[in-house]
Design a protein around this ligand. Sequence first.
Ligand SMILES: *[C@@H]1O[C@H](CO)[C@@H](O)[C@H](O)[C@H]1NC(C)=O
Ligand SMILES: *[C@@H]1O[C@H](CO)[C@@H](O)[C@H](O)[C@H]1NC(C)=O
Ligand SMILES: *[C@@H]1O[C@H](CO)[C@@H](O)[C@H](O)[C@H]1NC(C)=O
Ligand SMILES: *[C@@H]1O[C@H](CO)[C@@H](O)[C@H](O)[C@H]1NC(C)=O
Ligand SMILES: *[C@@H]1O[C@H](CO)[C@@H](O)[C@H](O)[C@H]1NC(C)=O
Length: 573
Amino acid sequence: MRLSLVSAFIYVCGALAQSGSVSSYISTESPIAKAGVLANIGPSGAKSSGADSGIVIASPSSTNPDYLYTWTRDSSLVFKALIDQFTTGADTSLRGLIDEFISAEAILQQVSNPSGTVSTGGLGEPKFNIDETAFTGAWGRPQRDGPALRATAMITYANWLIADGNTTFVTNTVWPIIELDLNYVAGNWNQTTFDLWEEVDSSSFFTTAVQHRSLREGITLANAIGQTSVVSNFETQADDLLCFLQSYWNPSGNYITANTGGGRSGKDANTVLTSIHTFDPAAGCDVVTFQPCSDKALANLKVYVDSFRSIYAINSGIASNAAVATGRYPEDSYQGGNPWYLATFAVAEQLYDALIVWNQQGELNVTSTSLAFFQQFLPSVTAGTYASSSSTFSTLTSAVKTFADGFVLENAQYTPSDGGLAEQYSRSNGTPVSAVDLTWSYASALTVFAAEAGTTFASWGAAGLELPSTCSAGTSSGTVAVTFNVNATTVWGENIYITGSVPALQEWSTSTALLLSSADYPIWSITVDLPASTQVQYKYIRIYNGQVTWESDPNDEITTPASGSYIENDTWR
Ligand SMILES: *[C@@H]1O[C@H](CO)[C@@H](O)[C@H](O)[C@H]1NC(C)=O
Ligand SMILES: *[C@@H]1O[C@H](CO)[C@@H](O)[C@H](O)[C@H]1NC(C)=O
Ligand SMILES: *[C@@H]1O[C@H](CO)[C@@H](O)[C@H](O)[C@H]1NC(C)=O
Ligand SMILES: *[C@@H]1O[C@H](CO)[C@@H](O)[C@H](O)[C@H]1NC(C)=O
Ligand SMILES: *[C@@H]1O[C@H](CO)[C@@H](O)[C@H](O)[C@H]1NC(C)=O
């Protein structure tokens, strides 16, 4: 009896998975994905024997590849999906499991490991043994996205607890864990990191973006529970992170370069995952935070997707504006370098998120940056704003919906009849490849299905963020070239420097003050890029035999023009 029921179930799944609609795939795959996630969480998950309470294994696969470890990134993304289900009321049974995750992570934070102790960098350790001991083998470490993602998952739960009247538990138990992670983010974001694929040691768009997000929502939480001492530092670091985030945009390629190192094209699912994991429905199509419907994120999505059209045999014969299977990055060769379920689902999720915002705002913008994306669906479309009452809006949104569904159906086509989601499927024939039952694959199914249903989650504070005026990273606009000339008589061996109130003028440091040229002595001169339309204070200093002499008070001051350049002529005081 039991056996025949199981066979009937498998038969139905198989039939639907191979040829059904998106809704039929979702209705069969959704419970399988949820069960797949839960099976991989200790201590009682069906496939995670040996894992401690609250510990998420990456996959039950213990050889080729051996994923029987717990990664902070994977665990945090998986629990964020579960916490979202719990806090929105979709599954109120998850609270005990979430509390076990909190306890487990509190232990892991304190485990000394090859990256350090809790206070010397250990929070950047990427993975641990499933009995909560350190993994001491060689690995790509540190990976600085983990603490940020863990903080984001826990902040989501903390906000729910506060709304539920349980601030005590937040203040006493959850906040101390979050605070350690956010202090780590604030103190270390500007150092290199291995990327989320554990291969490239540089700076990484995904890491920068999730770090920025975690600090923003951390500031709100800290204020809500009176932990205000961290706020000013977090604000400064978040502003700097947001500036730095802009620098990944590649204006000539019209896409986001995923890593500053690595020597690849930089086209990478890293960027699409960023878009869905920093989605804030309250922020509209904000481009500064690369929201899913922002012109840059859409332009990037097209370039990323197109990079897989010709390299996978299973994508051949598919129209150039239709969905295809996608992987981590086109140059990938790991385990054969195949399509990944979580990458292909992420494309669909970004598009569903975009549709949510366009429908909510009742309009859609096409810009010169996103034109190529939209012209895939309507070659005659031009830049402009299209209200929901227009036929252009209807044409484009329905085409984007079909496009999005196509990515889900790609994965559906290559989901085996039992619904199991491995890490990859073969680029040549679509059979599952690499680790079986990848927890992150199942979690990515849960989040894309929620987005398809129009589900949104609480804002993290992306709305209305503006780039600080001192932020010039990645953009040549926003700065003006200012030449400082000062008439100063000096003795042999004595030099004139400038230091001032903005980073470009070394923020009043004398040890890193900028040396002026004496080519036109007694006029000393230097040209510096300064933020436009900004009041800047400065002084010249003389340094002779290491001895610093400041100009007399008051500080010199200029207001830089909005654009162009500016020449300031001074005489030493
Ligand atoms: C607060 O939440 C924690 C974690 O779920 C729970 O153990 C505790 O009983 C809650 N306290 C109250 C007063 O609801
Ligand atoms: C540190 O920040 C500066 C300013 O945004 C940036 O130019 C530099 O690349 C960053 N370095 C790392 C490793 O993040
Ligand atoms: C469209 O562009 C206008 C003008 O820049 C902006 O105010 C509006 O929020 C945008 N709408 C969407 C949905 O992006
Ligand atoms: C520099 O200042 C000295 C003394 O004030 C003045 O005599 C000289 O003409 C100035 N030189 C220039 C090039 O402005
Ligand atoms: C400084 O002198 C140059 C010519 O040497 C002149 O073009 C410029 O306008 C002067 N700057 C100011 C602020 O007067």
